[in-house]
Write a protein that binds this ligand. Structure first.
Ligand code: HEC
Length: 184
């Protein structure tokens, strides 16, 4: 009989303890609710800034990363190591001001460069080339374009192209890879 009494008593005791924990817990949680919310927000904000901080170097690192070339691009780049996208960028910055790339050969300060790789030198109708360029003869090979872009005046002393040149070889390769895409 004693055992039974003890058993009941312990059940009641346990229930009381549980009730106490529950009530006390609710009070505590109620009090800290706002706190934990703030903590949550701070944590979230921190996570966000960390994400942004992580994202930035990735964007920066992209140009240096050896870009895996999709198959379609590989056929165009075939004989050159240049990066078309980078070339398009550099072209926009350094060449576009003087050279349009329209197919109909509209000219600006310089002639349109549409299809210039493999094109007969000084061959755009209606563009008044310097004697220097006219006297070169033949078509623009990638190698000659490379030399010309590196230092126009070094290759053609009296050229009208008043441009100091692209000194970085990889930039020249990129530009030429891009110029090759400008064809029919
Ligand atoms: C300041 C203006 C200017 C800039 C910038 C310039 N060019 Fe030119 N370019 C000219 C002119 C002018 C000519 C014509 C040269 C001549 O007749 O002597 C020319 C000629 C050329 C030719 C020969 C075209 C043909 O029909 O035979 C090529 C190729 C060329 N430029 C490429 C480039 C590239 C690539 C860039 C950028 C890296 C560039 N140029 C930047 C003005 C410019």
């Amino acid at each position: 009989m004693d055992f039974f009494k003890n058993f009941i008593a312990s059940i009641i005791f346990t229930a009381a303890v549980l009730l106490f924990i529950n009530v006390a817990g609710n009070i505590l949680v109620g009090q800290t609710n706002t706190d934990s919310k703030e903590v949550n927000e701070v944590v979230e904000a921190k996570v966000q800034t960390e994400e942004i901080a992580e994202a930035k170097p990735e964007v920066k690192a992209q140009p240096e990363a050896p870009t895996p070339t999709p198959a379609a691009e590989q056929t165009i780049v075939a004989s050159s190591s240049g990066n078309i996208e980078m070339g398009a960028n550099t072209f926009r910055r350094k060449c576009m001001g003087c050279h349009p790339i329209s197919e109909d050969g509209q000219n600006r300060t310089g002639p349109s460069l549409f299809g210039v790789v493999g094109r007969t030198k000084a061959s755009i109708d209606g563009y008044r080339y310097s004697e220097g360029i006219k006297n070169l003869g033949g078509v623009w090979s990638e190698k000659e374009l490379n030399t010309f872009i590196a230092g126009p005046r070094a290759m053609v002393p009296n050229t009208k192209m008043t441009f100091s040149g692209v000194k970085k070889e990889d930039q020249r390769d990129d530009i030429i890879a891009y110029l090759k895409t400008l064809s029919k």
